[in-house]
Design a protein around this ligand. Structure first.
Ligand SMILES: Cc1ncc(COP(=O)(O)O)c(C=O)c1O
Length: 404
């Protein structure tokens, strides 16, 4: 059904309550959103007709953005013709809103097209042929992949026996490094370090290598339940050469909208601001992110939901003899005692997509993201039958630069 621009503006403007069912039916996603809102549910991912797939492979939020953010997106469509500096709110408004959340200035925040833009620009800004990258193995591979691609010096420190980042060797390797990438909680292991050890690590690296930048990636911050954990944002705001990166892709449910940010002392983060792509965040993303900052209740609910489903999943895995590591994220890294590929292929045959290989643990461990309770009830049944040795399939193994 063709819709005029004026008609569209009327639909998504102040009189949004008069949304036309026929219009939405013709629009696919909008219809889906409207229907789920009318039923008092949050939006679920759209799948091709006839495919009953459970995607628990990429650490996404299975419920998507909250209602307030969805409303903001719908209301912003008419301004999709504007550049992000020319819309209201603008990209600067978003940086200012994030800064206000932490009671700091806009210059303490750099917004990125997802936190991957922040990570990539940190590599560009701080890692050189003479000052390398120190990171963990396994960890989120964005920085590692950059170092490999451009043949920059790289030290990967294997996680310890509890699958936690091994701090001592990381501190030792940091001397003279350009950048230390410290992912807390760590993807894919989901383990976390408490505030005391993070602070001590920062102090010790600064004592021996004060020019080294320490980038603490807190993509999964909102999912942590370990009481020893605290965000390192206050540390970054008071310590030179420390940056925290955050994202709206996980608990905020906006992986497709691509909004992340760096926060730290103005002198430190301005090196990332210089490298920022022009107009890197979209008008719709800005609106959604700003609306969600005003809706902390939604993040609380999402944390509660994830904690409950994560506990269910961990117990189910333990009951079938698998050994999950402590999880502080929206995913579990589990020892299944066999190659991840075999398990993944078996699960894929039943429509359950689990994580890719994470060397050096690809022969024993698999990463499973936390879906909805309904999805995880079905998925754990599939896990049980695959681990019993009854499933085979075609699999979905991928390992691309920056892939979640
Ligand atoms: C630790 C970590 N950092 C950053 C990202 C990238 O997130 P974004 O969508 O903000 O680029 C991911 C994505 O999975 C991640 O696991």
């Amino acid at each position: 059904m063709p819709v005029s621009r004026r008609g569209f503006l009327r639909i998504v403007g102040p009189e949004r309550t008069a949304i036309s069912g026929a219009f939405l039916a013709a629009r696919g996603l909008e219809a889906h959103l409207a229907e789920s809102q009318a039923q008092g549910q949050r939006a679920r991912p759209l799948l091709p007709p006839g495919v009953d797939e459970i995607r628990i492979s990429s650490n996404e939020n299975p419920l998507g953005p909250g209602r307030v953010a969805l409303d903001a997106i719908l209301g912003k469509f008419p301004e999709a013709d504007r550049y992000p500096f020319n819309s209201t709110p603008s990209e600067t408004d978003l940086a200012t809103a994030i800064a206000a959340k932490y009671r700091v200035k806009t210059e303490n925040v750099v917004v990125g097209a997802g936190s991957q833009e922040i990570l990539k620009n940190a590599m560009r800004a701080f890692v050189t042929p003479s000052r390398g990258l120190v990171t963990a193995l396994p960890t989120f591979e964005n920085c590692t992949a950059f170092a490999k691609k451009y043949q920059l010096p790289l030290t990967e420190v294997k996680v310890d026996s509890a699958l936690r980042l091994d701090i001592e060797p990381m501190i030792a390797a940091a001397k003279g490094a350009g950048l230390v990438f410290f992912n807390n909680p760590n993807n894919p292991t989901a383990t976390v370090h408490g505030a005391t050890s993070v602070r001590a690590m920062v102090d010790r690296i600064r004592a021996t290598s004060s020019d080294t930048i320490i980038l603490i990636d807190e993509a999964y911050h909102d999912y942590v339940t370990d009481p020893s954990y605290e965000t390192a944002v206050p540390l970054a705001l008071s310590t030179p050469n420390v940056i925290v990166s955050r994202t709206f892709s996980k608990a905020y449910g906006m992986a497709g909208l691509r909004i992340g940010y760096a926060i730290g002392m103005a002198e430190t983060v301005k090196k990332l601001a210089i490298l920022k792509m022009p107009y890197n965040v979209s008008v719709l993303g800005i609106a959604a992110a700003m609306a969600s900052l005003d809706d902390p209740q939604h993040i609380e609910e999402e944390r509660r939901r994830n904690t409950e489903v994560r506990a269910f999943t961990v117990k189910a895995l333990q009951d079938m003899g698998a050994r999950p590591a402590d999880s502080q994220g929206n995913f579990v890294f589990v020892d299944i005692g066999r190659p991840a590929k075999d398990f993944r292929d078996g699960c894929a045959k039943a429509g359950v997509m689990v994580g890719r290989d994470f060397p050096p643990f690809e022969k024993t461990h698999c990463r499973i993201s936390i879906g909805t309770m309904e999805e995880m009830r079905k998925a754990t049944e599939v896990f049980r039958s695959v681990l019993r040795g009854t499933g085979t399939g075609t699999g979905n193994a991928k390992n691309k630069d920056g892939e979640a």
